[in-house]
Design a binder for this molecule. Structure first.
Ligand code: ZN
Length: 84
């Protein structure tokens, strides 16, 4: 009788420890759900003064005009700019 009761308490303790460990495990694993989001170097946006649109710098057509760097979204805009 006494042993049975003792065993029951032991089972409860085991369950509690298991639950506690589970919580600790979850709290440890959850923040790592997103492991360091890949820091993609977000392309700098540049403005096309011809059509007033913003384009990623690496996709823009670059030109040095009067010592100033100018960007265009397309060859067409570049031509329009030159025509001015
Ligand atoms: Zn443009």
């Amino acid at each position: 009788m006494f042993r049975g009761f003792f065993r029951l308490i032991f089972i409860f303790i085991v369950i509690y420890i298991a639950y506690f460990l589970f919580r600790v495990y979850r709290s440890l694993t959850q923040p790592r759900k997103k492991p360091d989001p890949p820091r993609r170097i977000q392309g700098e946006m540049v403005k096309d003064d011809v059509c007033n649109t913003y384009i990623p710098k690496e996709e823009a057509i670059r030109e040095i005009r009067d010592g100033r760097e100018v960007f265009f979204c397309s060859e067409e805009c570049r031509r329009k700019s030159r025509a001015r």
